[in-house]
Ligand binder design. Structure first.
Ligand SMILES: [Zn+2]
Length: 160
């Protein structure tokens, strides 16, 4: 039972239900579908090196169990989008830590700025209004992506 609680989420509580998560395994006979083997060497290492360039992060890293509330799962990757993935990898932040970072250090008119592919990318947090309607000012000249943080606000990403 403890094993099940540690590695199997209750229905509706798994990140897999978002469609943004994937479990990966080394292709071999008898794959353990609860805790698949995805080591830190060979092709798995190469995957990890490139994953953040394509928007993926290792979601539940070793040593961050108290932050994520989930056991170390080296096989579980989550799509968070670029450049969030690159920043999280570079700064060794979990999604929880990244959300907190944006909330505390990059709100409103003081965005966090990241440069990639010749673009200036600005990330910021905006708290959701209590009435359920949140007005977000966007620049018509820039690509703007708004996504909820699943708790109390929005992450706004502006590509210039
Ligand atoms: Zn998983």
């Amino acid at each position: 039972m403890a094993f099940t609680k540690k590695y199997v989420a209750l229905p509706g509580c798994s990140e897999h239900h978002t469609g943004l998560a994937i479990d990966l395994a080394v292709n071999k006979p008898d794959i353990d579908f609860i805790r698949p083997e995805f080591p830190y060497n060979g092709i798995c290492h190469k995957f990890r090196e490139k994953a953040s360039k394509f928007g993926f992060v290792e979601r539940y890293p070793e040593g961050k169990e108290s932050v994520t509330g989930i056991a170390w799962e080296p096989w579980h990757f989550r799509y968070v989008g670029f450049p969030h993935s690159a920043i999280m990898r570079q700064e060794e932040m979990t999604l929880e830590e990244y959300h907190l970072f944006l909330k505390e250090d990059a709100s409103g008119t003081n965005p966090f700025v990241y440069h990639a592919n010749g673009r200036r990318i600005e990330m910021s947090f905006q708290k959701a209004d209590k009435n359920g309607l949140t007005k977000i000012d966007v620049d018509d000249e820039a690509l703007c992506v708004v996504s909820g943080n699943n708790t109390d606000g929005f992450i706004i990403t502006v590509w210039r």
